[in-house]
Write a protein that binds this ligand. Structure first.
Ligand code: F6R
Length: 260
């Protein structure tokens, strides 16, 4: 695993966006796994800038979002469908039919989850999965004790996640209790993982995910099992890492990529 520590949120977002754009330059028809929440907003803004100002082309990209709240229609302002369209999809040139987001309103969740998994496989698997991390250590909505080989399924949100996400809703009671989420096993099958975290509220979860034991109590720790995972953090989120000098040393010692 590579850990990249940047001074602040903006620099972290730009560095993470660079990785996404490198993947797209190498493979213009890449399959991207998308995350929602406040952390990847800066990364999406930078990708939009690269698209508008530096000709980053996404016309052949396919996307799969990690999760969606159960019970929220696509036009609900807190649904992840709405979030993705507002903050990213409407600003870039990904064809609508290439965008996949779990349904929060299907009448048959098990069948939908199976279809979602099959659709990922049909599209050749996910090349690059963007991840955030919950303060309870979750990736996607894989809450503590989720199986590390879990697949896309319905999941009950933890009290901590409901508390954390209440800031987006008028009242805490409005936060959906269930979500449909890719499993940890689904995520680990992506060819490359890119996790972003910012702010001091994420410092304990980042330390546990990066330096703690692999455990279903912190599902983000499962990325230690992946052979190509990069964690981008700002100074505040890095605050509890014990080996930060080593991470900085590796990052700064890396030879620059040869210019073509
Ligand atoms: C959302 C998702 C979640 C968030 C996490 C952090 O698609 O997968 O795991 O990444 O809850 O959310 P923020 O960035 O709002 O702190």
């Amino acid at each position: 695993m590579e850990v990249v520590i940047k001074q602040d949120y903006e620099q972290m977002s730009k560095a993470a966006a660079e990785i996404v754009s490198e993947v797209l330059n190498t493979k213009p028809n890449a399959v991207l796994g998308m995350a929602t929440g406040s952390t990847p907003l800066g990364l999406y803004q930078e990708l939009v800038r690269l698209h508008k100002e530096e000709e980053l082309d996404l016309s052949r990209v396919t996307t799969f979002n990690l999760d969606e709240y159960v019970g929220l229609p696509v036009n609900h302002p807190q649904s992840y469908h709405y979030f993705m369209h507002e903050h990213f999809f409407k600003h870039v040139n990904i064809p609508l039919h290439n965008i996949n987001i779990p349904s929060g309103t299907t009448s048959n969740y098990p069948a939908f989850c199976q279809w979602y998994e099959e659709r990922i496989t049909e599209c050749g698997g996910i090349d690059l999965q963007i991840l955030g991390i919950g303060s309870d250590g979750h990736i996607a909505f894989n809450e503590p004790t989720s199986s590390l080989s879990s697949r896309t399924r319905l999941k009950t949100l933890s009290e901590q996640t409901i508390d954390d996400n209440a800031r987006f809703f008028e009242r805490r009671e409005d936060v959906p209790v269930y979500a449909i989420t890719m499993g940890v096993g689904t995520i680990l099958e992506s060819r490359k993982l890119l996790l972003v975290a910012s702010g001091k509220s994420k410092a304990p979860a980042i330390a546990q995910a990066v330096e703690g034991p692999v455990t279903s109590m912190i599902t983000a720790s499962a990325i230690q099992l992946h052979r190509d995972a990069t964690v981008f953090v700002d100074e505040e989120a890095a605050a509890e890492l014990t080996m930060r000098d080593y991470y900085d040393f590796i990052y700064n010692a890396k030879p620059a990529a040869p210019k073509s």
